[in-house]
Write a protein of this length. Sequence first.
Length: 129
Amino acid sequence: MLVIFPFETAIYERAGVPVEFVGHPLVDLAAPTVPRDAFLRIAGLDPGRPVVALLPGSRPNELRHVLPTVVDAARRTAAAVPGAQFLVARAPASATSSFDPLMPSAPPPCRSPSRTATPTTCWPPPTWS
C-alpha cells in the first residue's frame, strides 16, 4: 500500500499490510498567501484565541453524513476549550445548499455559506459556548 500521510504507515503496519510512505503530491504547492494573523483578522477571528478548522469534506455524500458529526464535535470542543473559534472549509464547488440542513441546529451566528466567500471562510466564525 502506498500512503500519502505519515500517520497512515503505522495503521497499515498494525494490520500486517506492506506499506510505504510516498508523500502527498501537492504538499509542496500549498503555501499561505497571507500571514496567519492577517488571515484570521480577515475571517473575523481573533488571532490570540484558539482556532479550530472544521473540514467536513467536499462531496455531497460526505457533507450529509459527516457534517452533523463535525458540528457536534465543534459544540463539544467549544464547551471544553474556552474562547475557541471555528472556521469551516468549503470546496469552491460545494453547493451552498449542502450546508443548509445544519442551519437549524447550528448555533448563532452560523448561516449558510456565501457563494462569494473564499473556500476557507464560508461560515462566519461562531462562538459556540
